[in-house]
Design a protein around this ligand. Structure first.
Ligand SMILES: Nc1ncnc2c1ncn2[C@@H]1O[C@H](COP(=O)(O)OP(=O)(O)OP(=O)(O)O)[C@@H](O)[C@H]1O
Ligand SMILES: [Mg+2]
Length: 210
């Protein structure tokens, strides 16, 4: 299975979700993590992970590809792996379009603000075009960086429903543990500091791999 984590909006949690998913999938079988963002945040996470003296035993193979190479090279490379996760960079780039042509499941992390809702229309246009060329493509919206003390996520859910979008029932809240884990090249399950974070990301893994 090839998963793409995409949104034209920056800072929505694409890298956080991509590396967590890749680490989880690598406990199940050979997994490739493609860092499609020139900022290379996923690759930095993988480097910190490798530097951790094998504290974290399951490692996705990580490579950096940009632009059209995500489709051409990514397609060839991914054939040698059980699962591939692509962390597509922000903005509407050829890398994002390549990711949407290659992946079977596109995970779209979205925040719960009006800004996030407004930014979604750009992405939906690109997804529409990709669907003409990639009939396997399914879209899975994931509410991300949610403040559990507010009703923002309920309002966003209502908006997404109006757009006829498939929204995952799992939601990822804004939790310090996610930030800490990434900075250590780890996952929230590996740093074992926040059971709520572990529960919600595990729910997401189960839902997206079902
Ligand atoms: N659920 C979360 N809880 C707390 N902090 C988070 C969460 N998700 C992401 N962050 C933090 O928010 C920032 C942006 O997250 P991340 O890098 O995953 O987003 P991104 O969509 O990949 O951003 P970019 O568009 O810059 O690539 C990072 O500092 C990250 O640690
Ligand atoms: Mg990123």
């Amino acid at each position: 299975m090839i998963y793409g984590v995409v949104n034209t909006k920056g800072g929505v949690g694409k890298t956080t979700i991509a590396v967590h998913l890749a680490a989880y999938l690598s406990t199940k079988g050979k997994t490739l993590l493609i860092d499609g963002d020139p900022q290379a945040s996923s690759a930095s996470w993988a480097a910190w992970r490798r530097d951790s003296d094998q504290k974290y035993p399951f490692n996705p193979t990580t490579t950096c590809l940009t632009g059209k190479a995500i489709y051409s090279e990514g397609r060839d490379l991914s054939s040698g792996f059980m699962n591939t996760v692509i962390d597509a960079g922000g903005r509407d780039t050829s890398g994002l379009r390549s990711t949407l042509l290659l992946c079977q499941k596109a995970i779209v992390p979205v925040g719960a603000s009006n800004m996030d809702a407004a930014a979604l229309s750009d992405l939906l246009e690109v997804i529409d075009i990709a669907r003409d060329y990639n009939s396997d493509l399914t879209i899975h919206i994931l509410l991300s960086r949610i403040d559990p003390r507010t009703k923002d996520s309920a309002e966003m859910l209502a908006f997404l429903k109006d757009q006829n979008l498939t929204v995952l029932s799992s939601q990822i809240c804004e939790r310090v543990a996610f930030r800490r884990a990434i900075g250590e090249g780890a996952t929230v399950a590996e740093i074992k500091k926040d059971t709520a974070a572990i529960t919600e990301i595990t729910h997401f893994f189960e839902e997206i791999t079902a």
